[in-house]
Design a protein around this ligand. Structure first.
Ligand code: SAM
Length: 248
């Protein structure tokens, strides 16, 4: 039977498409993609005409049987998302999981991912990191995800959009303190690529100073807590103070 190739595509700079990605995309029979219009532009750039099949969060489960049939009939397929590596905060997980269970061959064709691209140039520790993807949209949900991370010692990595970047930085200051070292990467591999580093407070000031700096796509990286015990004893202090008020 055929193979599903999981193909990473550029996150902004078309020259980052690998030679192997180009040859796989030109050889496969069908391309499963997040948004056919978006992938059409990439294929046009490569001078390719291909059968496309949309696979997004809302129809992914229904597509699994259809894609299995293509593979069973010996057709090779590629899975791409709008940008970067499929499955990384993008559709594809239920499909790949199901194809593995059904015994099909799934082959990765590696390439850009904003998470690794950002970490590689941020200057924060990379020996251990925790990818947290997107935070929930509502402020309450975001607080609930951030507060348990206060004692995490690994570097934290988040994806964020222009709509919430400033609010997210202030929620992070609330959760981790203003002085926590961090780095924000904006518009990676594109014309306005920028890195902002310093404490969370420094970065918030840099972004607030100029409305242009809050445009585009962001990866927010926060250094881990170097002294998680301090955070615990801080909580204990708070608890004792609260208890003291209550005691007779
Ligand atoms: N699958 C993609 C990957 O491998 O990086 C991520 C897709 S996710 C829907 C989109 C988010 O990734 C954006 O909101 C942003 O946080 C991050 N991102 C993607 N491209 C980026 C870029 N060029 N610069 C900075 N962040 C980017």
């Amino acid at each position: 039977s055929g193979v599903l190739y999981v193909v990473a595509t550029p996150i902004g700079n078309l020259a980052d498409l690998s030679e192997r990605a180009v040859s796989v995309l030109s050889e496969v029979d069908v391309i499963a993609c997040e948004d056919t219009r978006h992938t059409q532009k990439l294929l046009q750039h490569l001078g390719l005409r291909k059968v496309m099949l949309s696979v997004h969060d809302h129809n992914e489960r229904d597509r699994i049987d259809q894609i299995s049939e293509h593979l069973e009939s010996g057709r090779n397929m590629a899975l791409v998302s709008d940008a970067g590596t499929p499955l990384i905060s993008d559709p594809g997980f239920p499909l790949v999981q199901a194809l593995r269970v059904r015994g099909f061959t799934v082959t990765p064709v590696p390439g850009p991912s904003a998470l690794i691209t950002a970490l590689s140039a941020a200057g924060l520790p990379t020996d251990r990191f925790l990818f947290e993807g997107f935070l929930p949209h509502k402020a309450g949900g975001r607080r609930d995800r951030l507060s348990p991370l206060v004692n995490e010692t690994a570097t934290l990595v988040f994806y964020e959009s222009k709509h919430r970047i400033l609010e997210t930085l202030s929620l992070m200051m609330e959760a981790f303190g203003d002085e926590r070292p961090a780095c924000v990467a904006r518009e990676l591999t594109k014309t306005y690529e920028s890195f902002y580093h310093g404490t969370l407070a420094d970065i918030a000031v840099q972004l607030q100073q100029d409305a242009d700096q809050t445009k585009g796509e962001f990866v927010v990286m926060v250094a881990g807590n170097p002294d998680p015990a301090t955070a615990t004893s801080f909580d204990m202090d708070k608890l004792f103070r609260l208890l003291l008020v209550e005691l007779p």
